[in-house]
Design a protein around this ligand. Structure first.
Ligand code: PEP
Length: 251
C-alpha cells in the first residue's frame, strides 16, 4: 500500500510573521486528515529553523526546496544536504522545473543533487515534467523518461525506489492551468510502467504525486485517480484553509 502524501512548496514566499500565522491555522485545520497521509512543508531555507519548531511533534515533516550537488566546500550560495539533514529535513525537492528553467539545472546536475540527498539519509522528491511544446509535439513521455533515466543512470533504481516522483507538467505550474484527469492518469501510469520495466516492483511501490495548479476545486478529481498518490502544492499551500481543503480531498 502506498501511503498518500501532500507536500507544500512555499517557493520564495513568507516572512517570520506570515509563516507563524499560516502554520498555526494550518495545524488546526488539517488535524482531522493528519493520520490519513504523510505531510511535508518546504519553506525557503532561512525559515527551516522556525518551521521546524512550529511543526514540533505534530507529525508534519520538514522539507527543503533544493540541495547542493556538492557535499561541502567552496560553493558560495549553496546549501548542502547534510546541513538540511541537521536542520531536521526529511524531504528535499529536486529538479523543480523553476530550478531547471530559471537556474539552468541540467539533468546531470539534478542527478547529483538527488544523490547528495539520498546519501544524507533524506527522501528526494524528484520533479519531472514536460514543457507545453514537448506535449504538443507528442514528446511528453520521452522528455520525462529522459529526466528519470539520468537519475537512474547515476543512482541506480534503488535511488528512485526510496524517493518520490512529482509529475509536474511545466505548463501547469503556477499558471492556473491543470492537466486534465486523463492526461494525469495516463502520465502517472506511464511513469509507473517505465520504472516497473527498469526493475520489477520498482514502479508499483513508488509514490507518484501530481503538481501543477492543484486547488481545493480540482483536488478531488485528481486524487481519486488510481496512480496518483498525493500532491505537490505550490500557490495553494500558502492559504491554510485552501490547503486543508486539498488535504480533505486526499484523505
Ligand atoms: C509547484 O511549485 O511545485 C507547484 C505545483 O506550483 P502551483 O501549485 O502553484 O502550480
Amino acid at each position: 500500500m502506498r501511503k498518500p502524501i501532500l507536500i507544500a512548496n512555499w517557493k520564495m514566499n513568507g516572512s517570520l510573521h506570515a509563516n507563524q500565522a499560516l502554520l498555526v491555522r494550518l495545524l488546526t485545520k488539517i488535524r482531522p486528515y493528519r493520520k490519513a497521509m504523510d505531510m511535508a512543508v518546504c519553506p525557503p531555507f532561512p525559515y527551516l529553523f522556525q518551521v521546524r519548531d512550529l511543526l514540533g511533534y505534530t507529525g508534519l515533516a520538514l522539507g527543503a526546496q533544493n540541495a547542493s550537488p556538492a557535499a561541502s566546500g567552496a560553493h558560495t550560495g549553496e546549501v548542502s544536504a547534510t546541513m538540511l539533514r541537521e536542520m531536521g529535513c526529511r524531504y528535499v525537492l529536486i529538479g523543480h522545473s523553476e530550478r531547471r528553467s530559471m537556474y539552468h539545472e541540467s539533468s546531470d546536475d539534478v542527478a547529483a543533487r538527488f544523490r547528495q540527498v539520498r546519501s544524507a539519509g533524506m527522501t528526494p522528491i524528484l520533479c519531472v515534467g514536460e514543457t507545453l511544446e514537448e506535449r504538443e509535439q507528442g514528446r511528453a513521455m520521452a522528455a520525462i523518461e529522459m529526466q528519470l533515466q539520468t537519475v537512474i543512470d547515476e543512482n541506480g533504481m534503488a535511488g528512485l525506489r526510496d524517493g518520490i516522483i512529482a509529475y509536474e507538467p511545466v505548463w501547469a505550474i503556477g499558471t492556473g492551468r491543470t492537466a486534465s484527469p486523463a492526461q494525469v492518469s495516463e502520465t502517472h501510469r506511464a511513469v509507473r510502467q517505465f520504472l516497473e520495466f527498469q526493475e520489477a516492483g520498482g514502479g508499483e511501490a513508488l509514490r507518484i504525486v501530481y503538481g501543477g495548479s492543484v486547488k481545493a476545486g480540482n483536488a478531488a478529481e485528481l486524487f481519486q485517480l488510481p496512480d496518483v498518490d498525493g500532491g505537490l502544492i505550490g500557490g495553494a499551500s500558502l492559504q491554510a484553509d485552501e490547503f486543508a481543503d486539498i488535504a480533505s480531498a486526499l484523505a
